[in-house]
Unconditional design. Structure first.
Length: 263
């Protein structure tokens, strides 16, 4: 048993949606540092380019920008077509990280929030995974299947304290979609797993951490928020040979905070 090879993702081809900022950039950095070839996609083309410039300082010619508005079904298929031309031999890992949140009081919570979040956080995960399945199948081999890693949230495991109704529902749906995909894609040589993230320093969490950061740390069994190595390492585990027999799992990367009772 070669321990180095068990945890290696060297030369694997990885697509990370939302990989230019926040948790997505943490994941992108981990894969570039581990000698994978990384494509980053989001609707913010300038952010994708800036992230790739930063990542290529870590390891030259390792990160590439493929901007797309992942809210759009047509854009998702355009992205898949572009990637097929760039990587005709297939891709090894798809990380569905792009997402949005919407917080507003119950009495004024708008229908637009449901349309936006259920589309981006859930429906387009299915659309993109479906479109890239042929490329994941191409790169799959015995003992080292293709990987789909969906970035969920502990708010899909518990009821959050904040009024983010569509977000928590979309993430709970994503967790179950990931299990459904595990059963569908396993026979095709592809695993599907979810990482349910707790609080990490990101744009999405900035206001919450700025106003409640010490409280959030105080109720966490480990007494802190997440660090880049936490989510990056979890993704590397699921993408490496050692994670090749993990399928349909939801891994909470949160220090155990989702286990804490509120009463």
């Amino acid at each position: 048993m070669d321990i180095n090879n068990l945890f290696s993702v060297k030369d694997k081809v990885v697509l990370i949606t939302g990989g230019a900022k926040g948790i997505g950039l943490m994941i992108s950095t981990a894969f570039v540092s581990a000698q994978a070839k990384v494509y980053i996609s989001s609707r913010d083309a300038s952010a994708c380019s800036a992230a790739c410039e930063q990542l290529n300082k870590i390891r030259p010619n390792s990160a590439f920008s493929l901007p797309a508005d992942l809210q759009s079904e047509a854009e998702v298929h355009r992205l898949a077509s572009s990637l097929a031309k760039l990587e005709p031999a297939g891709i090894h890992v798809l990380i569905n990280n792009s997402g949005a949140t919407w917080g507003e009081s119950y009495d004024s919570y708008p229908d637009a929030a449901w349309t936006k979040l259920l589309t981006l956080n859930l429906a387009r995960v299915f659309t993109l995974t479906q479109a890239l399945t042929p490329l994941l199948e191409k790169a799959s081999k015995k003992g080292d299947p293709g990987r789909v890693i969906n970035i969920g949230s502990i708010d899909g495991l518990r009821v959050p304290a904040l009024p983010t109704f569509a977000y928590s529902a979309s993430k709970a749906g994503l967790h179950h979609l990931s299990r459904h995909l595990a059963v569908e894609l396993g026979p095709r040589g592809i695993t599907s797993n979810t990482i349910a993230c707790g609080p990490f320093p990101s744009k999405m969490m900035k206001h919450t951490l700025d106003t409640m950061g010490e409280v959030i740390k105080g109720v966490n069994p480990l007494g802190r928020v997440g660090e880049p190595e936490d989510v990056g390492g979890a993704c590397l585990f699921l993408a490496s040979r050692v994670g090749g027999y993990v399928n349909g799992a939801t891994v909470a990367v949160d220090g155990g905070v989702h286990l804490m009772a509120k009463i």
